[in-house]
Design a protein around this ligand. Sequence first.
Ligand SMILES: Nc1ncnc2c1ncn2[C@@H]1O[C@H](COP(=O)(O)OP(=O)(O)O)[C@@H](O)[C@H]1O
Ligand SMILES: O=P(O)(O)OC[C@H]1O[C@@](CO)(OP(=O)(O)O)[C@@H](O)[C@@H]1O
Length: 718
Amino acid sequence: MGTGSSINLDTSDDHAGGQLYVSLKMESYSPKGDLVPHVFGSAPLVGSWDPSKALPMERESSSMWQLSFVASPNHDTLDFKFLLKSKDTNELCIVEEGPNRQFMGGTLQGVTRLALFRLTTDEVLEYRVCIKADRVSPFDLAASWRAYQENLEPSTVRGIPDVSINALPEDSENGMSSSLDLDLEQYVVPTPSTPVVYAANLTENPRSLKHNKESTKGDVGVSNDLQTTIKEREVATKAHGMVESKSVGTFSPLEKENSEEGVFVDRGVGSSRLVKSASATHLPASEAKNSMPAAAGAVAAAAVADQMLGPKEDMHLAIVLVGLPARGKTFTAAKLTRYLRWLGHDTKHFNVGKYRRLKHGANQSADFFRGDNPEGMEARNEVAALAMDDMIAWMQEGGQVGIFDATNSTSQRRNMLMKMAEGKCKIIFLETICTDPQIIERNIRLKIQQSPDYAEEPDFEAGYQDFKRRLDNYEKMYEPVNEGSYIKMIDMASGQGGQIQVNNLGGYLPGRIVFFLVNTHLTPRPILLTRHGESRDNVRGRIGGDTVLSEKGEVYAKKLSNFVEKRLKNERAASIWTSTLQRTILTANQIGGFPKIQWRALDEINAGVCDGMTYEEIKKNMPDEYESRKKDKLRYRYPRGESYLDVIQRLEPVIIELERQRAPVVVVSHQAVLRALYAYFADRPLKEIPHIEMPLHTIIEIQMGVTGVQEKRYKLMD
Ligand SMILES: Nc1ncnc2c1ncn2[C@@H]1O[C@H](COP(=O)(O)OP(=O)(O)O)[C@@H](O)[C@H]1O
Ligand SMILES: O=P(O)(O)OC[C@H]1O[C@@](CO)(OP(=O)(O)O)[C@@H](O)[C@@H]1O
């Protein structure tokens, strides 16, 4: 009778995004009339025991029938049975004999018995069935759907709760759907974010300039001021050509640029006790800064481990960029800075070009960059040393990751930097190599348009020729990295995947950095972020919960589906991501043509014991909690629930996946979650996240591409 025992899934690796892929097979079935095997069961998607909603199995080979579905690792218990019936009618339904089969906690209960169908009192049909469950990522499921779309191969995913696809309305493929006559531009509203700025402009200013700024009350950007101050520094060129920089002037006192850095409150993840949020520990700024980053969970745990186990200099990490001009160094440095800051690591981007422009002016010609121009070489080494000094000084005050952005294209320059870093921070070189002439050409053109070096050059062609000569000068001197710890990104912008080489690298943060870099690319694509339509709880002012949509919310669901249909009508592939809560699933319900994926990581902030209450009720019944949250909304963790920092941490796989996707993604989620996701793209500081405006019934379109991130907003209704 029975074949095998229960399926056991290893659920220990229960990270966000993992799904159970359950496959049911029936062997040796040859159709009796128009009866085909179906599955039905207790979950609404398989019809709540209604045979008319049973899922038909498909013929996989001549006598093998199969059906697959996806369940969350934390799925509700699913009772189900096989039945034979016609696909079109329910006139004859033969339900298998015996008790319900039960799938619980990722495991099929009991033995896998044969499926017995009693046709008449004497005639019984018996079939072997095979039930298998594997853990897969939702993206493999989406890929399976795409493979189906592109190759017309049978999808391995159908009729499932966590990934589903609605067909497009019949006429939409011709672009004739009556719902598509909306002009998307009429919904555009202003965005709060600043327009794209060349990344180097947003990097650190020289400390000496900050010092001046303080004493001269905001006289920023005056290069003469800087020049005077820089002259206070003695930069001695040694016989072997290396530059050693010594500070002899008085520099600015420890600056407290970031008000959030003064407070450290981390009550750990998974604490089972009812935590009193008012217990937030306030430490002096310097102590707090040296303790660990303002992040939760794994990030903080790794920081503690590094501090306890690693050598002292490993507490500070310098990512030193290497590469010819126009190879994406500043772009990569800025992106990495944004990611690490969002994760809670205290990170700063030092761009030597900015130091050079401030000290020597922005309009240096290509000759300044010649390898046989001793004045130029000295001047460049000097500003590099100055920036490195600043970076190390900042690390000694507690800064964690410094990103040092310059060409650093000779081993002599890199030796100088390594010497300066000795005993103070660990250096990892990050070399960007690009061999595709078309990409280099595009990058050069972008450079002439964006770089302040050419802002004063009205003649594009003259700027272009000068930059080409600058590149030649660098190419003559260029020595690829072959020393120390390094990451080489080779042709990562080519669209063919490229290559990442890693040498002598270890540790939590370097590992995360490599993982991030492997997953990022430049393929332009939009990411649409929206909250669900108004829910019944929103109307009542109740937080959390899992209610359905209000009438207004339903109207939004319809409008959103029309919008997505029109906005993505030229896309071959895209995916719709929702949380596992009803209000987002229902909001996305009507969007046709693209796979929908449910992510638990996109669920709203867990309000713990406050779930279902109004803010007024919390204020009245739990005044301490209310006040603690008001004081520090970023770190405040709801008793038995989550803090914003917890939410950010669980969203990290979502960010990585959004970076990795090459097709558009529509994310239908919740207020707190979208604040956190949006902050990553808009590069907003952690402390602002809980206060970012995230209105209902509005779509934030994030356009990712070769110039970075751009934003557009559409308000579909009030
Ligand atoms: N890994 C990469 N390889 C090649 N080009 C890239 C890469 N990453 C980004 N880019 C592109 O290079 C352009 C110029 O980059 P930029 O960072 O200013 O160059 P660099 O700092 O090396 O002079 C960017 O606008 C981006 O489109
Ligand atoms: O952090 P605050 O500002 O409380 O916002 C998060 C809250 O937003 C709400 C609505 O009040 O989200 P949503 O309706 O988008 O799921 C609550 O469920 C959630 O607790």
